[in-house]
Write a protein that binds this ligand. Sequence first.
Ligand code: NAD
Length: 275
Amino acid sequence: MATIFDKVVLHNGVEIPALGLGVYKVEEGSQIDETIKNALHIGYRLIDTASFYMNEEGVGRAIRASGIPREELFITTKVWNADQGYESTLKAFETSMEKLGLDYLDLYLVHWPVKGKYIETWRALEKLYREGRVRAIGVSNFKIHHLEELLLHSEEKPVVNQVELHPLLSQEDLREFCQLHGIKVEAWSPLSRGRFLDEPTLKKIADNHNKSTAQVILRWHLQNQIIAIPKSVTPSRLKENADIFDFELTQTEMEMINALNQNQRFGADPDHIDF
Ligand code: NAD
C-alpha cells in the first residue's frame, strides 16, 4: 500500500516525495510555523517555497523546530525573476540559504523562463549542483520550446518542471515531452486554488469512493505520476489532502477527469510574463 512517505526517483537518483506542501501565500510568522508543524506531523516531507513567497525564514525555523532529521526532509526553493542571470542567481541562492538556515538544499528551481536570461541562470544552477550545494536542479513554468532551448545549451538536464497543472489544464503534450526526457512533472495549483471542486463529474467520482473532490484530483495527479504540492493552512484540509493513499481511481474515472481539460490557465502564461 502506498503512503505519504512514498518517493519518486529523479533522473539523477535523488528521491522526492510523491506529494508535498506548497507554501505560497502562507504568511511569515505564526501562520507558517503552525502550518509546517501540522503538515510535518501529518507526514508531509516536501516543502515547496520560493524567495518570492517571503517565508523562507519561517520554513527554516519550522523545520528546525520539528526535530525531524534533515535528510528526511525535501526542501525546494526558487530563484526569482529579478535575480536571474549568472552572478545574481549565485547571490540569490546564498540569500535563500541564509534565510532557510540550511547547509544544503534539495531542489533549486528557475521560477520562470525569463527571456534572454534563463540559460545564464541555469549555468549558475549547474555550478551549485556540481559543488554539492543543492541535490537537484530544475525549472518551473517552462513550455516545450523553453525546455528544447535549455536542453540545447545545458550540461545538466532539469530533474523536474513545475508547472500549473490541474484537470482544467492537463498539459498532456508537455507531460509527454517531459516523460520522453526523464523530467518529472510537478503540479502547482494542483487544485486550481479550489475553483473547480463542485464540478459534477468530480463529485460523482468522489461519491464513488467516499472521498472529497480535492482528494480525487490529488489522486488523479498521483496516478499520473505527477508530484502535486497543494497548499492549505487549515489543519483538516492538510490532513484531507494527504489522505489519498487508500483508494484508486479506475481507468474510466481517470479518463473522465482527463476529459475535463479546457487548456484553461488561472496563472500567467509563461510566454507573456511581465513580472
Ligand atoms: P492550490 O491548487 O494548491 O490551491 C490552494 C487553495 O485551495 C487553498 O488556499 C484553499 O483555498 C484551497 N484548498 C486546499 N485544499 C483544499 C481542500 N481539501 N478542500 C477545499 N479547498 C482546498 O494552489 P496554489 O497555492 O496556487 O498552488 C500550490 C503550491 O504551488 C503553492 O503554494 C506554491 O508552493 C506552488 N506554486 C508555484 C508556482 C510557480 O510559479 N512555480 C505558482 C503558484 C504556486
